[in-house]
Ligand binder design. Structure first.
Ligand SMILES: [Zn+2]
Length: 293
């Protein structure tokens, strides 16, 4: 069998993670650099000179000019946490590397924390990813496809008529080399031109070039100022076409992620509460990190 070059890409191994972020001091240094790349500055007066205090569990800076104290974790994802940063970094690693999605129960077991703690960590990480997602739109060359979630609820109708089927749009932007850069997934009320136009106005940058199959409603992206280049696939599906390979990878990863994170799932009732982007992002991150370097 041919080697799948996506699956065989190098990622961050667990020993490498522990080498880089295995101690509290390493995690604190990483967080401090992320917050203040030029070194600590007092948020009140802008002064750089400070004392370092260890009053609670986490590092605190005291400004030498105005004496205001600033915790390293204040205003971050880790605000008010009593948990070690090493535990949080490990959680980020586990959630972002899990190809099959990670339930709060699995996180509880792997981190050795209580279920409510694992659930809180999972929720906060998902929220942080959702906020980051909301800040960007897809630009340049963008592949778009229509898809459905669910449809296999026991006792219901199967196939397209299933009441458990939820329509959504999947999109991925590509760089000049044709490698994926960002992913967007969004639930839509249906596959109509208006629904696609409304979605495109939120998630796509005007002027981007959208490639899709010939599904008529996808031309709605032009109402949002995007160019549209449909590929007439005839009887073939996008999954059979190499130019749509990244969309197919993402949809495959999403399906696997949902399987890992949610077992029996009523899509029609609950899909509005899950963030598709998070599920897919955490699963694609392994395939994608290498391309972005
Ligand atoms: Zn100050």
């Amino acid at each position: 069998m041919a080697m799948n070059r996506i699956q065989f890409q190098p990622g961050l191994s667990l020993p490498a993670l522990l080498e880089q972020f295995g101690t509290e001091a390493q995690c604190e240094a990483a967080l401090e650099t992320a917050r203040w790349p030029q070194g600590f500055r007092c948020p009140r007066c802008g002064q750089a000179t400070h004392y370092v205090l260890h009053v609670g569990a986490h590092k605190t800076f005291q400004c030498q000019a105005c004496r205001v104290q600033t915790s390293l974790i204040a205003g971050t994802l880790f605000q008010s946490t009593h948990l070690a940063l090493t535990l949080w970094f490990l959680a980020i690693y586990l959630v972002s590397q899990a190809k099959t999605g990670l339930s709060a129960l699995a996180l509880k077991r792997q981190l050795g924390v209580s279920y409510p703690t694992a659930s809180l960590i999972q929720h906060k990480l998902m929220q942080a990813m959702a906020e980051r997602d909301a800040r960007y739109t897809l630009a340049g060359q963008v592949l778009v496809d229509d898809a459905y979630l669910g449809g296999e609820l026991a006792g219901g109708k199967a196939g397209r008529g299933s009441e458990n089927k939820v329509p959504f749009v999947a999109a991925v932007s590509l760089n000049a080399e044709g490698h994926p850069v960002y992913v967007k997934m969004a639930l839509v009320p249906g596959f109509t031109r208006k629904a696609i136009a409304d979605w495109a106005k939120v998630d796509l940058s005007p002027g981007c070039r959208v490639f899709s199959d010939g599904l008529a409603c996808l031309a709605g992206v032009t109402d949002a100022g995007c160019q549209h280049q449909p590929t007439i696939v005839g009887t073939r599906k996008p999954k059979d076409l190499p130019e749509f390979c990244w969309i197919n990878t993402i949809l495959g990863n999403l399906k696997t992620s949902l399987g890992g994170a949610y077992h029996a799932f009523d899509f029609a009732k609950r899909s509005s509460r899950i963030n598709l982007n998070n599920l897919c992002e955490s699963s694609i991150v392994g395939s994608w990190a290498t391309w972005r370097r």
